[in-house]
Design a protein around this ligand. Structure first.
Ligand code: COA
Length: 371
């Protein structure tokens, strides 16, 4: 980073089905929580960045930057960022760029999505905006279908069994029991995962992140300090369609962003104690830990088979159990990593957020500096 950027405040709604709340209510709740935990006042916010993917389709609402700004007394300048499910990470990155350039000093970064107001089929169609509308959508694919293909291929290449894959969602559900912000807080035995209804072979309902409402907000600042410093903020991109990839069992954007992030933070992989990875589907979590370099190709599942993996993986419950209001996820992941670092007293943690089939990827590394 070109300057010290601190995470000085954070707040979120519980993710879930919030039929009695509007998108504005969700935003307000997350902003309120962030301001309450920060050493600054609302008037110190000089820029608002809102991450959102599909509000035009699910809530007939665009212009979310101004809408969020209107919830603050002085209505600071605001903008909206969209990069599919990676919108949260890209909004954080945009905030870092403004802070590093000196254009802004204290930025409110807010991710929000309210997905349950329309039928699931409409949500699926809207989410397919993250795929290639000429190459993927005409085949009738949905995202569970895309990751079903990825899982089929991964099982063929590496011999992963359906039973082994069950450990991923089971671990995420187990972790979420302790997280009051998670959508699903019940432990689910591993064998129940593959007994849940089939969605896109071999993926079942309990391999999929759910459709969720929720908002998460972070306040990043160069003017106020805290014990959580942004050590790296990196993005990488890839072809949107899987048909243009050399392999569908590894996502190069994760590898590229990780390499740059470790370099920027001036740390190494083995120093990282907590990671939150983008487990939109169970198979994605397995691939992510491999692409991040915490396991060899084909062996990511071994981390899930350990009782206490190092680093901890999705101790929050991940997208699977916390819920996945798509643009709020990347911001919520950073909040979770900061909580995990404070609880453990460890120094380094990482959030990994991707859009589509990892056509856009954002990695943030947090440094807990008073240890
Ligand atoms: N995990 C756990 N429970 C889930 C769930 C999930 N992913 N999705 C739904 N449920 C629960 C619901 O709460 C509901 O329980 P209830 O009957 O006790 O109320 C039940 O399962 C059926 O839910 P329903 O809403 O009818 O499911 P659905 O068939 O409409 O949708 C999926 C299920 C998996 C297809 C949907 O959640 C989905 O499309 N997920 C992927 C979203 C996605 O692609 N995100 C972007 C990733 S890149």
């Amino acid at each position: 980073m070109n300057t010290d950027v601190f995470l000085i405040g954070s707040g979120q709604t519980r993710f879930g089905e919030w039929w009695e709340k509007g998108i504005r209510d969700l935003m307000y709740e997350a902003i309120d929580g962030a301001l309450e935990s920060a050493p600054c006042t609302a008037l110190d916010i000089d820029t608002v960045i809102v991450a959102n993917m599909i509000a035009e389709r699910t809530n007939a609402q665009a212009h979310l930057g101004a809408l969020a700004s209107s919830l603050l007394p002085h209505r600071p300048p605001a903008l909206r960022v969209e990069s599919a499910c990676a919108s949260g990470a890209v909004a954080l990155h945009t905030a870092c760029a403004l802070l590093e350039s000196g254009r802004a000093k204290t930025v409110l970064v807010l991710g929000v999505e309210k997905m349950t107001d329309v039928p699931p089929a409409e949500v699926s169609t809207a989410l397919m905006g993250a795929a290639d509308s000429e190459k993927d959508a005409p085949c009738g694919l949905t995202f569970p279908g895309i990751f079903g293909l990825v899982a089929q291929r991964y099982m063929f290449e590496y011999g992963l069994t359906r039973e082994q894959l069950n450990t991923v969602s089971a671990a995420h559900h187990r972790n979420a029991v302790a997280n009051p912000f998670a959508q699903f807080r019940a432990e689910i035995p591993a064998e129940k995962i593959s007994q849940s209804p089939k969605v896109a072979d071999p993926l079942c309902l309990l391999d999929c992140s759910p459709i969720s409402d929720g908002a998460a907000a972070c306040i990043l600042s160069t003017a106020f300090e805290s014990d959580m410093k942004l050590a790296a903020s990196q993005l990488a991109s890839d072809a949107v369609s899987l048909t243009e990839r050399e392999s569908i069992t590894s996502f190069p954007a994760t590898k590229k962003a990780m390499e740059k992030a470790l370099e920027e933070a001036d740390t190494d992989r083995s120093s990282i104690s907590h990671i939150e990875v983008h487990d939109c589907f169970s198979i994605a979590a397995v691939i992510n830990v491999e692409d991040l370099g915490f396991a060899e190709p084909g062996r990511g599942i071994e981390l899930y088979e350990q009782a206490d993996p190092v680093p901890t993986i999705n101790a929050s419950g991940g997208l699977k159990a916390c819920g996945h209001p798509v643009a709020a996820t990347g911001i919520k992941q950073l909040i979770d990593v900061s909580k995990q670092l404070r609880n453990s007293g460890n120094r380094w943690g990482l959030s990994h957020n991707f859009g589509g089939a990892c056509a856009s990827c954002g990695i943030h590394i947090l440094e807990h500096i008073h240890v």
